[in-house]
Design a protein around this ligand. Structure first.
Ligand SMILES: *[C@@H]1O[C@H](CO)[C@@H](O)[C@H](O)[C@H]1NC(C)=O
Ligand SMILES: *[C@@H]1O[C@H](CO)[C@@H](O)[C@H](O)[C@H]1NC(C)=O
Length: 315
């Protein structure tokens, strides 16, 4: 989706000025940070200025290696770009955001993003005095006998934090949200500033039911465990004419005092002309919990205290 959008953007640029950036292969992902655009293809990471002039490029695979970059997060306050991938049991690298050919830090044997090629969400959360890398993804390391899966983790962004850089250790236990549902798909998420809060949107699937959920955390808290413990969750339903239990894409709509969010929902029936719908919600106050999503160690894992969101409009 993003790749497609960017393709359109680049083509537009081409039409206007006759310039075009040539990428060596398909666009996999892109992020914007520090007035720059970072575009990921299979083999390279490209650093572009906002008018799409290529400033730098960095190879991410050599012919003999298998690597898939699965985390690409601008860390503006640190003037760095955090990248992680699957090469050799996983790794993470901190690059200079103004020159991605400069590597500031590298750590191997570390898998923070998804092992398989699947959707995940990652962004910087926290406050100016304590920032963390929040990652939401399906648990890749689960064993068949497991009944709980780790779905959201907070990782350190600086070596000076307790446990060191890229550690998810917190005081007492790891900073994680767990789920009893194996099949989760993180579709979107964002960090809001003042107040500092994190939103995550995901699809869940069990034998009996599909659901769309929003997870909320108060990231004004300094400690990782406090952020995790502030978890609130709710189900998001669309719409009154028929059930569309799968979130396809979403975006937050800038608004001063409220958090207005738009989602595209699908009934998963391509034959149906009304298969998908776009709906708007006011999600300013996520309150309650949903069964099967909890703070690590909590028993039972989440109980349904439901508040459903009121749809502002849909079509
Ligand atoms: C930015 O991150 C690097 C690498 O982790 C660290 O050495 C440096 O102190 C950080 N700078 C700031 C201003 O936080
Ligand atoms: C978030 O945490 C901060 C710091 O503890 C607190 O002042 C604030 O009221 C909390 N916000 C919400 C919405 O709970």
């Amino acid at each position: 989706m993003r790749g497609y959008l960017l393709g359109t953007l680049l083509l537009l640029k081409y039409c206007i000025s006759g310039e075009m950036v040539n990428f060596d292969s398909d666009i996999k992902d892109f992020v914007v940070g520090n007035s720059k655009l970072f575009v990921l293809t299979d083999h390279r990471l490209h650093q572009l200025s906002h008018n799409l002039y290529e400033e730098n490029r960095k190879d991410i695979t050599k012919a003999s290696e298998h690597n898939r970059v699965n985390i690409l997060v601008p860390f503006g306050a640190n003037s760095t770009l955090i990248t992680c991938g699957t090469f050799n049991n996983g790794y993470c690298e901190v690059l200079d955001i103004n020159d991605i050919t400069k590597s500031i830090y590298y750590e191997s044997d570390l898998l923070i993003g998804p092992r398989q090629d699947e959707k995940s969400v990652a962004f910087i959360t926290g406050t100016s005095s304590s920032r963390y890398l929040l990652v939401g993804k399906k648990d890749d390391d689960a064993n068949p006998q497991d009944t709980r899966y780790s779905v959201v983790s907070l990782w350190n962004t600086l070596d000076s934090q307790f446990g060191g850089i890229f550690s998810r250790i917190a005081e007492g236990s790891d900073a994680m949200i767990q789920s009893t549902v194996r099949d989760v798909e993180f579709v979107d998420g964002f960090q809001r500033d003042s107040p500092s809060e994190s939103y995550l949107f995901l699809n869940t699937k069990t034998d009996s039911e599909r659901k769309v959920l929003v997870l909320w955390m108060n990231s004004s808290k300094g400690r990782k465990t406090e952020i995790i413990k502030s978890l609130q969750a709710s189900r998001i339903r669309c719409c009154s004419d028929k059930a569309r239990p799968v979130l396809v894409a979403s975006t937050v709509i800038p608004s001063v005092n409220r958090v207005i969010w738009a989602g595209v929902f699908s009934a998963q029936n391509q034959q149906d002309p009304e298969n998908s719908a776009l709906a708007l919600y006011d999600i300013s106050h996520v309150k309650g919990r949903v069964k099967g999503f909890c703070v690590i160690g909590e028993k039972p894992c989440g109980s349904e205290v439901g508040y459903y969101f009121v749809i502002l409009s849909y079509g």
